[in-house]
Design a protein around this ligand. Structure first.
Ligand SMILES: Cc1cc2nc3c(=O)[nH]c(=O)nc-3n(C[C@H](O)[C@H](O)[C@H](O)COP(=O)(O)OP(=O)(O)OC[C@H]3O[C@@H](n4cnc5c(N)ncnc54)[C@H](O)[C@@H]3O)c2cc1C
Length: 245
């Protein structure tokens, strides 16, 4: 007896989409599953490919686990298909029993600061997409500034600061594309300033990422003593977690 497959469409082939497909195929159920992944870009893996910094090969290595899932052959991947442009919800619900959206976060949150749109001001998503060679982003980047301000103190801020501060030759062992190598090689950056809205106790990067910055060749890290005058909220945050301490 043949059963009708339960058809699932997954929109977005980043880690969330691929892991969702993997979990569905592994879960205990009686369904004869048929899973189709739709990806807007020519290649899958989302921000692991186009967001994670090139000098973080261990994290980029997640791609190997994702490849294994796609290589099994029980999930179909359709690249260059954009939900909303090439395929509509109606077309999907006509043909599939369930639709999962895993389209990630592909642009910066707006920052309401006077002058944010002035020349020389960029969102991290664009810069990160440039150094990871996202197909939507121009291959050239105007790395003409000597002093750069990075606003925000999360892990992406540290990625951006580290990539700006590194010698381009030290990135040769990574998978950076030639145009990014050439761009960074000609960069004139000497000072990178990271600005956090709050203090060290509220920083959103890990101690590991901070230590990594300290190991970049020819880079001195300067921190200001007054930033370590903690208010009550900061003291509580410090006491609540060894990582913050
Ligand atoms: C700069 C940066 C650095 C990061 N560094 C790290 C790190 O070091 N370690 C870590 O663990 N995490 C890191 N992350 C976070 C990690 O990349 C994300 O948590 C993860 O990629 C999210 O997976 P996702 O599948 O939800 O979304 P995404 O990875 O964004 O994947 C979404 C996919 O959906 C596709 N898509 C979007 N819209 C459509 C559409 N309309 N139709 C079809 N397809 C569509 C996109 O092209 C993309 O392939 C970083 C993120 C950024 C931005």
């Amino acid at each position: 007896m043949t059963t009708t497959p339960f058809r699932v469409a997954i929109i977005g082939a980043g880690p969330a989409g691929i892991y969702a497909a993997d979990l569905l195929t592994k879960a205990e159920h009686d369904l004869d599953l048929s899973i189709d992944l739709f990806e807007r870009l020519p290649s899958p893996f989302g921000l692991v490919r186009y967001g994670v910094a090139p000098d973080h090969p261990r994290i980029k290595g997640i791609i190997n686990a994702l490849i294994k899932v796609l290589d099994r052959g029980d999930i179909r991947l359709f690249s260059n298909v954009e939900y909303g442009a090439d395929i509509s919800l109606g077309e999907l619900t006509d043909r599939y029993d369930a639709v999962i959206f895993s389209t990630g976060c592909f642009s910066d949150a707006p920052l309401e600061l006077p002058g944010i749109d002035l020349p020389g001001s960029y969102g991290a998503a664009d810069f990160v997409n440039w150094y990871d060679a996202h197909p939507d982003v121009d291959q050239t980047w105007p790395l003409e500034a000597e002093k750069v301000a990075v606003l925000g103190n999360g892990n992406v801020a540290l990625d951006v600061a580290r990539v700006l501060a590194k010698q381009a030759d030290d990135l040769h062992t990574t998978e950076i594309p030639d145009h990014v190598y050439e761009g960074l090689k000609s960069s004139r950056v000497t000072d990178v300033h990271i600005f956090g809205r709050r203090g060290p106790a509220q920083a959103k990067f890990t101690p590991l990422e901070l230590r990594e910055l300290g190991q970049v060749a020819d880079v001195d890290i300067i921190v200001y003593p007054e930033d370590f005058e903690f208010d009550q909220g900061s003291l509580e945050a410090i006491e609540s977690s060894n990582q913050v301490k």
